[in-house]
Design a protein around this ligand. Sequence first.
Ligand code: ATP
Ligand code: MG
Length: 424
Amino acid sequence: MASGVKAIRGMNDILPEESYFWEYFEQTARQWLAAYGYRNIRTPIVEQTDLFIRSIGEVTDIVEKEMYTFIDHLNNDSLTLRPEGTASCARAAIEHNLLYAGPQKLYYAGPMFRHERPQKGRYRQFHQVGVEALGYAGPDIDAELIVMCVRLWKLLGISNLRLEISTLGNTESRTLHRSRLLKYFERHRDKLDEDSLRRLYTNPLRILDSKNPGMQQIIENAPRLIDDLDSESWSHFESLQRILRERGINYDINLRLVRGLDYYNRTVFEWVTDKLGAQGTVCAGGRYDGLVEQMGGKSTPACGFAMGVERLLSLMQECGKKIHQPDPDIYIVYQGDEQVVDYAWKCAEFLRDEGFDVILHCGGGSFKSQMKKADSSGAVYALIIGNDEFRAQEVTIKPLRELIEQVSLKLSKVAEIINKKDLY
Ligand code: ATP
Ligand code: MG
């Protein structure tokens, strides 16, 4: 490797200091997903570019300017690093006929890629955990997805997340709304920025999603989708709200909630915080009843969400959650002839069988220098093995963190004096 090669901007290394925090999150999330009956699906990180264009929508931030698209020069295919997970899940479900076996509760976890301007909470490789409930018409499943999130926030020690919900109606109400929006924005053409002008005739709904502060006033006064809503979507939305109230879940209705992907209809929701600055949405989702059919599958109502892991972990830290990797239990120092060495290796494996985290000293050296290593390893106990111990088939155990005398004892007794610990 050439000297000075660095990681790509916006794509982070997660170092051991931090990775345990990730592992803790992943472990918690896996148990939480299982508790609601979701099963893992693992799709490739690279897909045909068309998959994302067709599902996410041509006139969206992601497809217009955030995708890592490249030509595979070996066969001239246009490929894209996945910017999100729903399209791949739907593709895999169709490709493998999963939906013929009935509704599917799927989850995925892993890196996503978007070419955005890197800043706190916004990266070019970031991670999501997402769930997709395929084949469920709701609104009970919409509500359960939200109830699920509430449980995860509790498990992670996160407070101060606000739930915003809205409804986007069905295709017809969106078409009606689209034409009303178009007329409105045409009247205010002079106030539109470059992006919005471009979107005026292709996807005026997208204008509502503009993050340009100068556009907020005109967006504020635009016609509201709620006024064009079809009656079924309205009652779906009311049922969702009723279940949320019954479950004691607070929410705000934000009629300006526009999701950045075209495939959403009816229920949409976001979990937001003001503790993370501008990157305040940690989890977002909604219903996408038309996507599977549009992609060539059978008509399949569906609902899902995705959470940004980096933002969630930052929020956990903001909320004071502290997670440190447990120190090893035992550091074995040893010295002697071949038989002693063999005995030390056997002791290490025996103790690992017993469930302890054991570091067997590597690289030789005097007892004194090995003990220094044991001390700085963070281990709770040093296990000393020399000729005397080997002859007596014992080990000497020395607490490193407490002022207690060392003792020599049979290996099988070690577990009795060291409390077994749980992983987390
Ligand atoms: P934003 O409005 O912040 O750009 P988005 O609407 O593009 O978010 P989604 O496509 O809904 O985001 O993705 C779901 C979640 O994934 C977001 O709520 C966020 O937590 C996370 N996320 C999205 N893009 C990034 C990114 N570039 N870096 C880190 N996390 C991200
Ligand atoms: Mg975005």
